[in-house]
Every structure is written in structure tokens, then in C-alpha cells.
Design a protein around this ligand. Structure first.
Ligand SMILES: [Zn+2]
Length: 322
């Protein structure tokens, strides 16, 4: 039986440990260590600590106990995580090339390289948050992008792994359009590496099934119930709260919905028109070519596609109207 002390430690300690402790440790390693191998090893170790902490905390203090039950998706989600991190690392390694191609040299560009690294990282987070949030918003509006983004929304539960469940093509679009401009502006590799790390931690926190306390930050950070509402399978009602770090960009765009119209239950995650979301990795990455928004997924076993639900029709009408 979990003691009240342990539950309280998770309730109040999880967020500070993940957001300040792990990000702080990565910052220390990246700004202090001289060896690239030591830096890379520390980043990988910290990511493993982040996932382990999330899974432990989910067992101690879950939002919904049902989300901890095995859903047959662990292996697929692990592949997603590895692909995500590999692609993310490739993006960081491409920074010198981008800087050279677009700025005529590694030390040129408009990026404020003379700022302290922490200031540069804060700037990178705010700018990337805007770019990622806006692309996320567009991914819910345009069927072509939604087909790719649907791979992230198909999961019928939220837990530590599935923040990094992304279609690799959608992740590439995010990196090229949302963080690529920062690299082109001259963001140093050191800052890019930290940005990639804090984004991974944020995705783990945003999707982990941990009932952490947010207190007065509840409506300012794009995590907790704010993000649960984004994942509901209620037609277009989840087309809100697109932010990754902060809610300020959603507030400016008019897409910030702090309260769900009705209580969210454990079974409300996923996509209404794909109730049988495929569990295999290859099935998921090929899904965008079999899924027609408004009509569901072409069934591989040749059974007739299920009739669209009322909510699915609402989404189709909503999409057609735009
Ligand atoms: Zn989304």
C-alpha cells in the first residue's frame, strides 16, 4: 500500500524534479563537460531517469488508474521513443551545417550568442513554443497534417511514453518549420541540444499519468488537465490547448480552454472515428495513407468501415467549413 507520504512526495515533488532537477542537470552537463561523449552519455542517462521517474510516479499517484493498465502498446511506443530521439539527435547534429549554409559561417547570424546560455535557452523555448504550438494548431485544421498528427492522438490513454509517439514525418515537419528557423538564425549547437532535451522532458511531463500539483500555475502551463482536454475523443471539442510549454500563445490565438465542458474520464482519450487504433509500429506509421478524416480508416481485414459517429461527422463538417 502506498503511503500518504510517498503520494505527497510525488504530488509536490514530481514537477520540480522533472522540470528543474533534470533540466538543470542537463544544463550543468552541457555547459560544464568538455567531452562530447560525456555530454551525450549524460543526456541519454537523464532521459532514462526521466522515463523511470514518470513510470514510478504513475504507479504511486496516477490521474486515472486505468491508464496504467497494459494496452498492448508498450513495444510500439518504445520504438516511437527511440525513433523520436534519434531523429531529434540528427536535428541537433545538423545545426553546424545549417549555420554554415544560412549564415555564411558558424558565428554569424542574428542569434544573440553573447547572451548567457540560460538566456539563450529561455529565448529558444519561447520561440519554439510558438512555432510548435502554431504548427500543432494547423495540424488540427488541415486534413493532410491531421493524418500525420493522428498517430499521436490515436492512443487511448496518456502515459510517460506517448508524448514521444509522433509520426516521424510530422516530427520532421515540426523540426524543420518550428525549430529550424532558430538554427538558421544562428542558435548554437549547445543551446539546440538543451532545447531538444527540455522538449523531451516537457513531452514526458505533459503526457505522463501523474496527478502532480500545479497550484497557481494550473492555467499557465500547458500540462495536466489542460492537455487532457486536448486529447479527448469528443469530435472537435479537443481542438484547443495546443501549447507545449505555456498557454500564452493559445490565449492569444483564442484557443485556450481551461475547463472541460464536462468531466473527463479515463475512456475519453483517442480519436472517435478510429476506435480500433492500430497497435503495431508499421501499422501506425502507414496509417496516414489509410485514414481519411471524416470517414475513418480503411480496414486492412476488408471489413466494411464502421459508420462514422455523430462526433466524426461533426469533425468532417467542421473541416469542410474551413
Ligand atoms: Zn494535437
Amino acid at each position: 500500500m502506498t503511503s500518504g507520504l510517498l503520494r505527497n512526495a510525488v504530488r509536490f515533488g514530481y514537477l520540480p524534479f522533472m522540470l528543474i532537477g533534470l533540466n538543470g542537470a542537463a544544463y550543468y552537463a552541457v555547459t560544464t563537460f568538455q567531452s562530447h561523449i560525456a555530454i551525450a552519455g549524460t543526456i541519454v542517462a537523464l532521459l532514462i531517469v526521466a522515463f523511470s521517474t514518470a513510470f514510478f510516479a504513475e504507479r504511486v499517484l496516477p490521474w486515472y488508474a486505468e491508464w496504467n493498465d497494459p494496452h498492448g502498446d508498450d513495444k510500439t511506443n518504445l520504438i516511437h521513443v527511440l525513433v523520436y530521439e534519434l531523429q531529434s539527435a540528427n536535428g541537433v547534429l545538423a545545426i553546424p551545417l545549417l549555420g554554415w549554409l544560412f549564415s555564411g559561417g558558424l558565428n554569424a547570424g542574428i542569434w544573440p550568442r553573447d547572451w548567457p546560455v540560460l538566456g539563450q535557452l529561455a529565448l529558444a523555448v519561447v520561440l519554439a513554443d510558438f512555432g510548435l504550438m502554431y504548427l500543432h494548431y494547423l495540424s488540427h485544421r488541415f486534413p493532410m497534417l491531421w493524418r500525420l498528427h493522428a498517430v499521436h492522438h490515436g492512443v487511448d490513454r496518456l502515459y510517460g511514453f506517448n508524448g514521444l509517439v509522433r509520426h516521424p514525418l510530422h516530427q520532421a515537419i515540426d523540426m524543420i518549420l518550428a525549430t529550424g528557423p532558430l538554427a538558421i538564425a544562428g542558435m548554437p549547437m549547445q543551446v539546440a541540444l538543451l532545447l531538444g532535451f527540455v522538449i523531451s522532458i516537457q513531452l514526458i511531463v505533459q503526457h505522463s499519468n501523474v496527478a502532480y500539483a500545479l497550484g497557481p500555475l494550473r492555467n499557465h502551463l500547458a500540462i495536466g488537465q489542460i492537455h487532457h482536454l486536448h486529447h479527448v475523443n469528443w469530435g472537435t471539442e479537443g481542438d484547443c490547448n495546443f501549447g507545449l510549454f505555456f498557454n500564452i500563445w493559445d490565449r492569444m490565438l483564442g484557443t485556450f480552454h481551461p475547463e472541460p465542458p464536462r468531466p473527463i474520464t479515463a475512456g475519453d482519450m483517442g480519436i472517435d472515428e478510429i476506435p480500433q487504433f492500430p497497435k503495431g509500429y508499421l501499422e501506425q506509421v502507414t496509417l496516414p495513407w489509410r485514414y481519411k478524416p471524416g470517414q475513418g480508416v480503411q480496414d486492412l481485414s476488408r471489413k466494411p468501415a464502421h459508420a462514422p459517429t455523430a462526433a466524426a461527422k461533426a469533425r468532417a463538417i467542421h473541416d469542410a467549413a474551413e
